[in-house]
Design a binder for this molecule. Structure first.
Ligand code: ACO
Length: 402
């Protein structure tokens, strides 16, 4: 709370708050975080209870509509999501046109933006039915789009969704189910992925969610707003951190020096090296999501086989950190990204898909936040102020006189 200050601009006093670290620009009923206590709740329900008892499809309903569904509501919701998984044939052709070595994340944001061109009957931001249709289309098609991007980036043929399967099982199938007749879904893989999606489903006003709201505040449609959020998530300081953790662990393993000497480099701030997957703007205690994921990582790597050496390395780094004054004094604990990459890798995803997986999980939160924004009578177009620091009035010099 120290960098906030009031400065006098030409039009009066404005608040100077870089990174909006202390500015609340809206009221929200959706997600509650207590960073000091390490608490995260969706619509009042603790994240621990939701990951244990609920499913991603149900959590999406909860975030968007505000209440847990009744059995009938859940069945209808699930059926709607299954019905909308297919993409327009012309959309499928996009994936042939992207460069063979393209990263999947921009393929996904471009495809979501293009939904505005294919689904013109659901672009209204005022008609509740159309908003609901675009909601269902996004939730159902995003897994298909993500998997098509994955398979394109691997040079593999696409696999079509099977509507007999639920959202998460289908997601595994469209990513890995080739040839599809022989593909069997591992229940543990499905459970782990479901849980990871729940953990990522919302996190109040983070960079990508604020982007979705800001773009939407101009009354741009839901597809356009979500596409912007995906681009915001792509950055290494946000969703991109999950792949950075895995690269860091692999680098440490490949070097001769080991974890201890890497940690010395972090503490000495050598070349600005940071312990990726540690620290958080809001959590100054153990990130509750990281605690849940650590347990899942143990289970998945044990049963599905993964890189145990990397998991052991991650755990030893955590142990060193939790006993070291540098990290203790700065309240640096593992965040959600510290263990996720190890699980994604054990499930068979390449590193460049990790941030896409984050996007698939975060989608219900973005949609819920956009819908709250668009129906809130207090919403105004987002338009921050600035402190002008440029030159005063100058006279124009003709080109030949410069
Ligand atoms: N490793 C080493 N030192 C760290 C780390 C880290 N991961 N994170 C913070 N610090 C130190 C800083 O050097 C600073 O020390 P100083 O007081 O001696 O200068 C102090 O802790 C405070 O750090 P800030 O950068 O001011 O904290 P901020 O809240 O701005 O940053 C952030 C939060 C960006 C997450 C930071 O902790 C970080 O870079 N972590 C690594 C990247 C990462 O894991 N990002 C994922 C975040 S979670 C998500 O987006 C889903």
């Amino acid at each position: 709370g120290l960098r906030i200050s009031k400065l006098l601009g030409e039009t009066g006093t404005v608040t100077y708050d870089p990174g909006f670290a202390n500015t609340a620009s809206l009221k929200s009923d959706i997600t509650y975080i207590d960073g000091d206590a390490g608490v995260l709740r969706y619509r009042g329900y603790d994240i621990e209870e939701l990951t244990e008892k609920s499913t991603f499809v149900e959590v999406a309903y909860l975030l968007i509509y505000g209440e847990l569904p009744t059995p009938d509501q859940l069945a209808a919701w699930d059926a709607r999501l299954r019905r909308h998984t297919l993409l327009h044939e012309d959309m499928r052709r996009f994936f042939q046109a992207f460069p063979y070595d393209a990263h999947p994340m921009p393929m996904v944001s471009a495809s979501i933006a293009a939904m505005s061109t294919f689904y013109q009957d659901s672009l209204s931001v005022h008609d509740e039915e159309q908003i609901d249709l675009s909601t269902v289309r996004l939730l159902a098609k995003m897994p298909t789009i993500a998997a098509f991007a994955h398979r394109k980036a691997q040079g593999l043929p696409v696999v079509f969704p099977d509507n007999d399967l639920g959202l998460v099982e289908n997601f595994l199938r469209v990513n890995f189910g080739f040839p599809s007749e022989q593909y069997e879904i591992d229940p543990l893989a499905a459970k782990a992925l479901d849980q990871l999606f729940i953990l990522h489903a919302d996190h109040e006003q983070n960079c990508s969610t604020s982007t979705v709201r800001l773009v939407g505040s101009s009354q741009a449609n839901l597809y356009q707003s979500i596409s912007a959020g995906i681009n915001a998530l792509a950055g290494p300081l946000h969703g991109g951190a999950n792949s950075a953790v895995l690269e860091m662990l692999e680098d440490i393993k490949a070097s001769d020096d080991g974890a201890k000497s890497f940690m010395e480099r972090v503490k000495n701030k050598e070349d600005g090296v940071r312990l990726m997957g540690f620290g958080h703007r809001v959590y100054k205690n153990y990130d509750p999501r990281a605690a849940i994921i650590k347990k899942t990582a143990d289970e998945v790597l044990e049963k599905l086989g993964g890189n145990d050496e990397l998991l052991d390395l991650a755990k030893s780094i955590e142990e060193i950190a939790l006993a070291d004054d540098y990290f203790v004094e700065r309240k640096l604990y593992p965040n959600v990204d510290f263990y996720t990459g190890l699980i994604y890798k054990a499930l068979g995803f390449p590193t460049n898909m990790f941030t896409v997986l984050f996007a698939v999980g975060r989608l219900p939160g973005w949609i819920a936040q956009w819908r709250e924004m668009i129906t809130d009578p207090e919403t105004k177009i987002g338009r921050p102020r600035q402190i002008y620091t440029g030159s005063g009035l100058r006279q124009y010099t003709q080109l030949h006189e410069r």
